[in-house]
Design a protein. Structure first.
Lengths: 312, 97
């Protein structure tokens, strides 16, 4: 095989580890890794795990409000998938030494913040698929990139998750399409206004451009491989034709540079982003309450499992 | 002598794959034996041997599985892609690679 043979670094050799990662080296569970690298993986994976499970009350609400049983089922499927995604990622984190209790407390005590789009409510049944379509596809773009990272157990997590995310994506797209083509004028307006609203919010999902984030040297560890702006560009390329085909011009200022292929869009308000990201909006307060309530009411089961004698 | 099942990760990042089994007096010899028997022709990344006694198996019930998959057909991306195509809309291909 034509691949160059990369020698994994010796235990304790941080510089060797960085050089190995920079040369495209990959890390398997159980390999030696510097603390800083481990923290980087736990930070990224912990954020994603929390994001999978915390917005559940929103989906549960809309699942019950679905107009038909036929529509309720995919939403129920989605909830089950998302909880499963949290389980898979939390399991990987447990292997790295971070327990679920620590992970959940990180959220409850405000050390992990929700991603920007999840701070805003979905107002109608027609807006729901617009929200789902845009945020899900943004997540897919992020997961696709993360699946090429340097920590292999996490890459496998991403691959497993993406297959289910594509069901969520096509479900949202089909619901948008159905409401736009066969729905009432009001429903069509809800979807189209929803797409315009969530297009703008979803752009923030990828995070601020590099010159605004300071201090975090993510390039060194290659757990995350692409910068935020590159992912945002990929997402626009993927989603713009879809949003257009549903009859929406999401951003009048949007245009593509014919030479570089780069999209130019209306400026984003990063100051407001930084202000809001560490605050809890009323919706997020509701998430926290629901999370705490469920966590506490299920505590007996967690305790019972812990006290279970290990099978001989 | 005990029976050990051998699992190999041929290339980094791939899942472990079952390659066969060996009989050996202890885990170290089992790994050694599996290395010589199953990995003669290939390079590999990692080899695991697991005492057969430690493995718990869940065997599928084909009839139940078929029904389960049929009834949750809506959970596959292809289900909604087909619906969109039938409605005259060509959905984009989602590259997840």
């Amino acid at each position: 095989m034509g691949e160059p043979i990369l020698r994994p670094p010796a235990i304790g050799d941080v510089d060797g580890f960085v050089a190995y990662i920079q040369a495209g080296g990959k890390v398997e569970a159980g390999d030696w890794m510097p603390e800083e690298y481990k923290n980087e993986v736990m930070k990224i994976a912990g954020f994603q795990a929390i994001l999978e499970v915390v917005p559940m009350p929103l989906f549960r609400k809309w699942m019950y409000m679905a107009p038909t049983l036929w529509r309720r089922r995919p939403l129920l499927g989605k909830i089950q998938d998302e909880v499963g995604h949290c389980h898979i990622t939390a399991r990987m984190l447990e292997d790295m030494g971070k327990s679920r209790e620590e992970l959940f407390n990180d959220y409850l005590e405000g050390r992990i913040h929700l991603n920007y789009p999840f701070k805003f409510p979905v107002e109608s049944w027609g807006e729901l698929p617009a929200f789902l379509l845009l945020t899900n596809s943004a997540a897919i773009v992020q997961f696709r990139s993360l699946s090429h990272g340097s920590y292999l157990p996490y890459c496998r997590v991403m691959k497993k998750i993406m297959r289910e995310e594509s069901f969520h994506f096509y479900h949202a797209l089909q619901l948008c399409h159905e409401l736009v083509t066969e729905g009432t004028p009001r429903q069509r307006a809800q979807v189209q206004e929803g797409l315009a609203k969530w297009w703008h919010i979803a752009l923030y999902q990828f995070g601020p451009p590099e010159h605004l984030t300071k201090g975090r040297d993510w390039r060194k560890w290659r757990v995350k491989v692409d910068d935020n702006e590159a992912l945002r560009q990929q997402w626009i390329t993927m989603l713009y034709p879809i949003v257009r085909s549903l009859g929406v011009e999401p951003d009048p200022a949007l245009e593509r540079d014919p030479e570089t292929g780069e999209w130019r869009y209306s400026p984003l308000d990063w100051e407001r982003f930084f202000q809001l990201i560490r605050q809890r909006t009323p919706l997020e307060e509701w998430y926290v309450d629901e999370f705490r309530r469920t966590y506490q009411s299920d505590m007996w089961a967690i305790k019972a499992l812990k006290e279970l004698p290990l099978a001989a | 002598m005990r029976e050990y099942e051998a699992f190999v990760r041929f290339r980094k990042g791939e899942p472990l794959q079952h390659v066969g089994s060996v009989r050996a007096p202890d885990p170290e010899s089992a790994a050694e034996a599996a290395y010589h028997i199953y990995l003669r022709l290939d390079t590999f990344e990692r080899l695991w041997v697991v005492d057969r006694e430690c493995i718990t198996e869940l065997v599928s019930d084909p009839e139940w599985d078929r029904r389960r998959i049929e009834e949750t057909e809506f959970r596959r991306p292809s289900f909604f892609v087909r619906k969109l195509t039938a409605a005259g809309y060509t959905p984009p291909k989602l590259s997840t690679g």
